[in-house]
Write a protein that binds this ligand. Structure first.
Ligand SMILES: [Zn+2]
Length: 160
């Protein structure tokens, strides 16, 4: 299945550099088994800090799991050097913010939650712990005396 890119699209108002923070950031995904087509019902998360060895010395992955329907062992790995911030100039366009190495499965849905950070485009005011679960986020930039926000967050997956 190879590499799959997660593209984000959002309307950025007064903020830039939207990015996941830390090794413990949780990428919430739903996965589809490439063998039988089973799609996980619940959200599963993968994190950079998790590293599981693959059988037969074929490297490691962020998560290894057995499909509950066909029992095939699948894995997905976060490619840490592909993580890119979503900036003010990316506003309203799709941009790949991370790539996953997929073996036997593919992500079919993504839910952003807590753990993002960004900063004021002009003021550089830091905003930490941005939660995008509601697909909209807003705050007030004290330096600029203006409201800032991230709106209409959507995503898509692309083959890399
Ligand atoms: Zn399966």
């Amino acid at each position: 299945m190879g590499k799959v890119g997660l593209q984000l699209r959002a309307t950025m108002e007064g903020v830039t550099g939207l990015r996941p923070v830390g090794e413990d950031f949780r990428w919430y995904l739903k996965m589809k088994c490439g063998s039988c087509g089973e799609i996980s019902e619940r959200w599963q998360y993968i994190r950079l800090m998790d590293s599981v060895p693959l059988k037969g010395g074929r490297g490691k992955a962020s998560m290894v799991q057995k499909c509950r329907l066909c029992s095939r062992e699948n894995s997905i790995d976060i490619l840490s050097n592909t993580i890119k911030p979503y900036n003010a100039e990316d506003s309203e366009t799709f941009k790949t913010i991370v790539e996953f190495e997929c073996r036997g499965l593919e992500p079919v849905d993504f839910q952003p939650q807590a753990g993002f950070a960004a900063e004021g485009t002009e003021s550089r005011t830091p905003f930490s712990d941005i939660n995008l679960q509601e697909k909209d986020w807003n705050d007030y930039d004290e330096t600029l005396k203006a409201s800032v926000g991230i709106y209409d967050v959507t995503h898509q997956f692309v083959k890399c």
